[in-house]
Design a protein around this ligand. Sequence first.
Ligand code: AMP
Length: 289
Amino acid sequence: MTALASTRAELEPFLDGFANGKRGVVMTMGALHEGHLELLRQARHDCDLVVVTVFVNPLQFGPNEDFDRYPRTLDDDLKLCAEAGVDVVFAPSVGEVYPGGPPIVQISPGAMGEVLEGEFRPGFFTGVLTVVNKLLHLTRPDVAFFGQKDAQQLALVRRMVLDLNMPVEIVGVPTVRDADGLAKSSRNRYLSPEERTIALALSRALSAGRDEAAAGHGAAAVRHAAVSVLSAAAADGALTVDYLALVDPQDFSDVPAAFTGDAVLAVAARVGTTRLIDNLPITLTSGAS
Ligand code: AMP
């Protein structure tokens, strides 16, 4: 039986009941899919109490983004959480999370929050880190689980926890994909069948880059291979690329041409009115192009 808590007062007894156990939280915006379920499975495996938060955070949406039309499917989410053995779903109102109205004090992500997603979504990571911080206070977990699908977010959350001495362990969970490669996302349901086919260019571009690295080529060749796939898709005008970048996972700065070691190949593109992101971890063994 999965309990539903809408307020902090309703949630507290569950947290207090597991004061000596390991408490885990999975933070989501709802519209749950297989990607979220993988986080739930990991949390259920690792923790005594599993709390899932469902909250569409207004602070991380820009004025022209999809806050109003973002899918809200709480009844379905509750069923999936029950099947996954989740103990409590915490689905607070905006007023519960922001009791003082829009927050005056917010968390600054620094330079890592200004690039890639941060460049195309100004204020996005301030909104994300602020709400993650709030939800950590509200749910008091020992462990919090985040998807590598949102690699820059995961890196920034890790950095926030380190820089602000926050007493929580952060666990990253690999990206779950459809069989044809498309990364699972709540926003995939916006796509028409034709748009979904076009959207496959993102994962194909990343795979092309990874294959170059696996063949022993360097950063320039990896970027070139990925850009070629995207350019072909964009030539039809059906896809608009926001960025394709090969970055250092520590700070999300572009890796230099001679870089060797672990990197992240990240992409964001718009298909119709839907904005999609994806990324792959890449290991560069050769500094040659
Ligand atoms: P969201 O509801 O989109 O804010 O996502 C909630 C959490 O689920 C975040 O930590 C995401 O990174 C993670 N997540 C979303 N999609 C996937 C996926 N396809 N694979 C793994 N984790 C995911």
